[in-house]
Design a protein around this ligand. Structure first.
Ligand code: SAJ
Length: 434
């Protein structure tokens, strides 16, 4: 199938790089977002998210005229839906006394509805948003058929998950293998033709529900693997073992690859997607549910260890280094660091946060510092919550004269214990029981 013009609905962390990449590979692209502030920002040549390299590609796409942005979709050969699928904050499901989260599919529903007036015979629609199993068949297809056109015969429909890693989105969009699940084999073939525009990795055709499950299985596997690493960190403390040393030794086994413990699991994917399985089949997912519990409890484990190191937290000044959900990104969504800050404050601590990727972050109840120096000056303890490259490069010898703190607490194995001790800090690392 030949594509000349596409509409990308949702200009966030996935939609915007995808729209820009299609536009720099020869397609005419209309990027659509219901948030008019985003449209204005983009029209002004600015960008509302931080992703390495995105500014350059976006600029090229806009300047060539191949990418335009709008708050309304328009007729096109293909429509891509890349809108958020969070969970509801105020309502939950319950099974056998276990509470689980429920997917909020309102953005997918309204983006799909917005396509109806523009859908024509021969079009392709692709859902990219991470979604519960069967969403393409049970939710998206019936909405699109309200147009009077029949899915599979009049228009093509696919599910194709994004699998790119924030921080490396532009490279991974092009190089990663792409799974394209069609509602019919002809739909999958149409989806393959579309992604072949820029994807250099293998494009693998399957059915829509398999593709949905593949995406959820990937992120759920990672969540369960991080949960076991976090549980190991608790065991190591109990047995007087340094979990980081133990993991590095276990990983010398040719078939073992234990992930890193830390303050918890954040972001918009790994801490959310497993719930889609639990919601869809609560009776079949005790392990997935338990892994979510372990990872969600990890900020409490950090709190208990900080308390052990610092004593009563009442009126103690803690300088928190890092608020992003993971290293070297500016994304604060579902960040476990935020949860740790709130827990410290509940215990009476006065917390100042330095997040170099988003110093101006405006989060309720969180006191951001404008500089590292401001955060640490009066602190009683330094708490490293995110393994940003620039934090790893800090020199404790320089810091010791610019902070009152003599305790440095590292939750992510970012700092060299010996260096910090030599500089005069009492050094504690999460999971290092010896
Ligand atoms: N984390 C750990 N220990 C680790 C690895 C990660 O605690 O060893 C934490 C991170 O600090 C972060 C969270 O887990 O809080 C998630 O980070 P991540 O780097 O594992 O994943 P994301 O959420 O940035 O991106 C994931 C990727 N999925 C997989 O690696 C299976 C990416 O490929 C997906 O496209 C993305 O989710 C998505 O959008 O679904």
């Amino acid at each position: 199938m030949n594509f000349q013009k596409i509409c990308v609905l949702g200009l966030g962390y996935i939609g915007l790089p995808t729209a820009s990449t299609f536009a720099t590979h020869g397609l005419r692209v209309v990027g659509v977002d219901i948030n008019t502030a985003i449209i204005e920002t983009l029209r002004g040549g600015k960008i509302h998210i931080h992703e390495p390299g995105l500014g350059t590609v976006l600029q090229a796409a806009l300047e060539s005229g191949d990418l335009t942005v709008s708050s309304e979709p328009e007729e096109a050969d293909a429509f891509l839906i890349a809108v958020p699928t969070p969970f509801y904050l105020d309502t939950h499901g319950e099974y056998n006394g276990r509470q689980y989260k429920l997917a909020d599919m309102r953005a997918v529903t309204s983006a799909t509805e917005a396509i109806i007036p523009h859908l024509r015979k021969g079009n392709l629609v692709v859902l990219e948003s991470t979604s519960p199993p069967r969403t393409t068949i049970d939710l998206v297809a019936p909405i699109l058929e309200r147009s009077g056109l029949k899915v599979g015969s009049d228009f093509f429909l696919c599910y194709s998950p994004e699998r790119v890693l924030p921080g490396q989105i532009l490279r991974e969009l092009i190089e990663n293998p792409r799974v394209v699940g069609g509602i019919t084999p002809e739909s999958a073939a149409a989806g393959r033709d579309l992604y072949a525009t820029f994807v250099k990795g293998e494009i693998i055709e399957t059915d829509a529900t398999t593709a949905e499950m593949v995406k959820l299985m990937e992120n759920t596997t990672r969540d369960v693997n991080i949960a076991i690493a976090n549980e190991f960190s608790r065991l190591a403390e109990k047995f007087g073992v340094d979990v980081w040393e133990a993991i590095s030794l276990a990983n010398r086994h040719p078939r073992i690859n234990i992930l890193n413990p830390g303050p918890g699991v954040g972001g918009h994917c790994i801490s959310v997607d497993p719930w889609f399985f639990v919601e869809a089949a609560p009776d079949l997912t005790p392990l997935i549910y338990q892994a979510r519990q372990v990872n969600d409890e990890q900020p409490h484990f950090v709190l208990s260890k900080v308390r052990q190191a610092v004593g009563s937290l009442n009126e103690k000044k803690i300088a928190v280094l890092g608020l992003a959900y993971k290293p070297d990104v500016d994304d604060l969504r579902e960040s476990p660091a935020t949860e740790v800050v709130h827990l410290l404050q509940k215990d009476g601590a006065r917390v100042k946060v330095w997040e170099p990727f988003k110093p101006e972050a405006d989060l309720p109840g969180i006191d951001m510092a404008c500089t590292l120096e401001e955060a640490i000056l009066e602190a009683d303890a330094l708490l490293l919550l995110v393994n940003h490259t620039e934090f790893r490069a800090l020199h404790p010898d320089d810091l010791i004269s610019t902070t009152k703190a003599r305790i440095a607490f590292d939750t992510v194995n970012g700092w060299d214990a010996e260096k910090w001790q030599k500089a005069g800090f009492q050094f504690i690392r999460l999971g290092a029981g010896k």
